[in-house]
Structure formats: structure tokens, C-alpha cells
Write a protein that binds this ligand. Sequence first.
Ligand code: ADP
Ligand code: MG
Length: 389
Amino acid sequence: MKLDTKAMRHLAAEDWKVLAAVEQGTKNHDLVPTAVIEKLSRLRGGPSSVSKSISALAKTSLIGRVKEAKYDGYRLTYGGIDYLALRHYAQQNVVYSVGTRVGVGKESDIMMVADHAGTQKILKIHRLGRISFRTVKSNRDYLRKSRGQGQGGSWMYLSKLAAMKEYAFMKALREEGFDVPEPIAQSRHTIVMAFVDSFPLRQVSEVGDPAGLYADLIGLILRLAKYGLIHGDFNEFNILIREERSTSRNETKGTEEETIKVTPVLIDFPQMVSMEHANAEMYFDRDPGPYFKDAKKTVGKDGARRLDAAVEASGFTKKMLKDLEAAVAEQLARRGEEGEDADAVEEEDDDDDEGDSDVSGEEDESREQEKAVQEAGPGTEAKGEPGRI
Ligand code: ADP
Ligand code: MG
């Protein structure tokens, strides 16, 4: 899914109202009937004005009409919900323009964005469920069943949960002094965070003091455990290496010497689990380093705040956490199977759940683009003009 912000500036105020109405209607309808859109958008121009906006939105693929459904209706596409999130950020003065894509995971897009002052930030767009669930049968069955009950397993719902959870954990970790990017804002299936000028550990071929870095990383896992948490995907893609250079004068030699200090910055938190989780030992021992049974003894020690409990108490229902966990477990299992670099992106093909299932052509194109980006590696995508939104 390509994030193309070109059409944003051309939408009229009415179009935005109708788009918001479709989003609102999605809470109670799989397909939002035109009559419901009319009611929720409350446009002064009445039905003709609504139908004009519907056409405009459908033309730019922000909503999709579903053919051969039981009744006529529309649903929000990835594009539509992206726009609603971006508009929210624009209105809050969090984002002014969208630049290039700096990373593409299979289930997220990482974009460079900037505010009015030109400060660069990172927009992470969660796209959970864009790939078919197929690896772990129990999770797949769970999600299908859950999906049968309203929004349960839909990509939009799961992606929103992922963004909410990631943001909540980033905030909590940051408050406790962990080195994670500063979380700035969250809307729908997206997060805005500070840009960390760094390289993923994966791309770093040489460090001055590997033993020191290794110790820092093990220390990080143990410190998370103390706060009740397991990262769950602690690997060389999710550790950013920030270099701080400083020069000092060596008086004996009479020379200037440069020292480079490397600091690991941890990212990517939707799969974080509690040390109390039923499968905690499996999750913990899957990440490299220390053993669960040793770390378990330290939970809550030295006055460490229990972040697992704090976040879980911050508005997530048990069902939400379970839905998300099943989806993320699927995602991780698939990655393990194919390798993180695998470029075989398989689209969800078997059902009615994709918001943009009717918007043909677009997905193929974005797949090509994703492949190109993955092959080139992160950070190497061709420069595009930042688009004001
Ligand atoms: P995913 O869930 O798809 O794995 P990540 O959050 O791990 O997404 O981000 C993917 C990549 O995007 C990272 O490996 C890194 O290169 C880049 N990235 C993510 N967040 C930041 C950030 N705050 N600053 C700089 N680069 C980032
Ligand atoms: Mg990652």
C-alpha cells in the first residue's frame, strides 16, 4: 500500500465529513449503507451533496464500493483511514508534510514526515493482516472466529490495536528512562514518533566495542524483565544504533582524539508481553540472551514499576489483547518461517475483509514497490518530493 498524499489537498470539507462518516459507520456495519453515510455526515446539501462526495472519495480509492454484496454500501480503504489519520495530525500541528518511505515491513510502512518547523519525525503505519494468516492454525482459527463477531479480526481493528499498544508501551518505557524513540502522537492505526538518526544493528558491520554493546543489549533485556516485560522480537532490525561522536584533547600526546559512543535504541513494540504471560518463558527464551527463570526472580525489584500491568490497565480489554496477540503471533511465526528479508509478500486473498478489495490494480503496484524497497534495503528508496498535506 503506497501512501499517496496528492489527493489530500483536493478534498473539500464535505468530502472529509463523508469520509469520517464512513469511518464512524464502520463501527456498526461491515459495509456502510448510503443512508447511514447520509445520516452520519449531516451535510447541509443533503443526499445529492453526499453522493457527490461519495463519488469523489471512491474515485480516489479512499472508500470502496463492494460489488455483489448483500446490500449496497461502502467501506473505508487503507487509503481512507491513512488520510483520516494524517488529517488529524495536520490539525494538531504534528505533521505538515510527508516525505519518503524509510522502511517497509510486511505489516507496516515507516515514513519520514516533518512538521511546520521542518523537524523530521517518523510516521509508523500499522498494516496488520494485509498478508493472509496462514501459519499457525490456532491463531488463524481464533481470528476468523473473532472476525465473525463484528470487527474482531479485521485488518483495521487489529492495526489500530497494534498502534495503540505500541504507543502505550513507548510512553511507559520512555517515562522510566528506557532509550526508545519519543512517542509524539497516535491516531487510528498509526503513530508519530521522534526520528532517531541511526542505523539498524543489522546494517552495522563494525563497532568499536562489541563486548560493551553486547553487555548493553543483555542489560536491556534484563531491565525490561525487571519492569515486567518481554520485548518478544528483540533482533538486529529492532535495535537502532545511535552514534555519538565527541572529541577530546589528549594532553600527553598533544592530539585531538575522537571517541564514538554507540547507544542501542529499542523500537517495535506491538508484540511486547508480560513476564506473567502464560507463554512468557517461551517468548523470553526465544529472544537471545539470559534465561527466563533467572530474570523472573527480578520482576518488580529495586522499585521497578510494573509496566505490563500499567499498560494493560490503560484501556485494553482482555479481548483486545488476545485478538492482537493472535495476529502478532501469526506475523512473527511467518517471519521466522520465511526469514525477515523474504520478499514474497502474499496478500490476503480469501475473503471479504480487505477494505480495498474492490480497488484493483493498486495492490499489485504497491507490491512491486515494496519488493523494490526491500531489495534495496531500508533507507535507500529513491528520493521523492515531500508532499504537504
Ligand atoms: P516493523 O514493525 O515493520 O518491523 P519497525 O518499527 O521495526 O517496523 O521499523 C522498521 C524500520 O524502520 C526500522 O528497522 C528502522 O530502520 C526504521 N525506523 C523505525 N522507527 C524509526 C525511528 N523512530 N527512527 C529512525 N528509524 C526508524
Ligand atoms: Mg521491526
